[in-house]
Design a protein around this ligand. Structure first.
Ligand code: NAP
Length: 321
């Protein structure tokens, strides 16, 4: 029997991936963080990295692994992986696109409804016995409202399809217009926000989208009248969180629903104190069925690589060689 292939898991592995990964490979879970001496010993033999969507794989780590052949990410976002440094070393990065589109889009619509109709507040209202004292304040209508989507890729289009069933008027921004789609394109997030009642963010994270939504964009969403609901299912880094808290506290926008934050799992106390904000702990793809599909695809990419087969889902940087 040949020695098993050695894999470094750079974060705590999903329980849906871990058993199949360990059954096939010799897995070192977070050894680079937990035991420097042991890591230095095995580093020359590591041939693969197993990562999740929030893992960090910087150029320095890649440089310490001379035998590295592939980085497989269980997640569609890979902004923590230095994909260009990997490419420069000839190391492909793979991710898990498409299999999570439905779940993330479902959550986006759920968050929109929660923020518009104040569902978490309604639940608290009933539980806390406040109903007998009178009705809740009136909420915001979602059907027929104007939806702006920042990022019209795989998930953005799934969100648009669902929003169309609510009779929403859909517009979007992205790096480029998509002439085949039946939605209006606007050149940037500020212009889009100015014409939206709901602004949903679904771009990648990373340097190119950092603080794309800033005070100016939030002010455009609010229209000087405290309107507009921001929904972020992209990455916390896409929003200037300090500017968002300020805009919410001052009533510049009406509300927000957030699945992602700047310093997860830490959520600022000021944000948690705001009743017009709906909060979720980064659960966009967190259903059992979808996480299993993601784990299977992440494992499938490793299997394809070590069998000398074409990769199933390499990231765009690798495809564009
Ligand atoms: P995708 O198909 O690559 O779509 C990304 C979209 O963002 C594209 O339309 C792209 O524009 C646009 N975009 C990229 N950079 C931009 C910029 N600087 N300004 C404006 N638009 C920009 O990716 P996807 O599969 O839909 O996933 C999108 C992201 O969702 C992931 O990268 C991840 O960060 C996030 N996500 C979050 C969760 C969660 O749990 N909350 C789960 C899954 C994914 P072009 O089309 O013009 O290239």
């Amino acid at each position: 029997m040949p020695d098993p292939i050695q894999v470094l898991a750079v974060s705590k592995l999903s329980p849906l991936w871990s058993p199949q990964l360990r059954a096939t490979y010799h897995v070192h879970e977070r050894l680079h963080e937990t035991d420097a001496a042991a890591f230095a010993q095995v580093a020359p033999q590591i041939r693969a990295i197993a990562a999740s969507g929030d893992s960090k794989v910087p150029a320095e780590l890649i440089a310490r692994l001379p035998a590295l052949e592939i980085i497989s990410v269980m997640g569609v976002g890979y902004d923590g992986v230095d994909a260009l440094a990997a490419k420069a070393r000839g190391v492909p990065v793979t991710h898990t696109p498409d299999v999570l589109n439905d779940d993330v889009a479902d959550l986006a619509l759920g968050l929109m409804l929660c923020a518009a109709r104040q569902l978490p507040a309604a639940d608290r209202f009933v539980r806390e016995g406040r109903w007998p004292q009178g009705a809740m304040p009136l909420a915001t209508k979602m059907s027929g409202a104007r939806l702006g989507i920042v990022g019209m890729g795989r998930i953005g289009q799934s969100i648009a399809q669902r929003a169309a069933a609510f009779g929403m008027v859909i517009a979007y921004t992205a790096r480029s217009a998509k002439p085949d789609l039946p939605y209006r394109y606007l050149p940037d997030a500020r212009a889009l926000a100015a014409e939206s009642d709901f602004l949903v963010l679904i771009t990648p994270g990373g340097a190119l989208t950092r603080k794309l939504v800033n005070a100016e964009v939030l002010s455009a969403l609010g229209k000087g009248a405290g309107q507009g609901i921001l929904v972020n299912v992209a990455r916390g880094s896409v929003v200037d969180e300090a500017a968002l808290i300020d805009a919410l506290e001052r009533g510049v926008i009406a509300g927000a629903a957030l699945d992602v934050f700047e310093s997860e799992p830490q959520v600022p106390e000021r944000l948690r104190a705001l009743p017009q904000v709906v909060l979720a702990p980064h659960i966009g793809s967190a259903t059992a069925a979808t996480r299993q599909a993601m784990a299977d695809l992440a494992q499938g990419n490793l299997a394809a690589h070590f069998a000398g087969q074409p990769l199933l889902t390499p990231v765009p940087e690798w495809r564009s060689r």
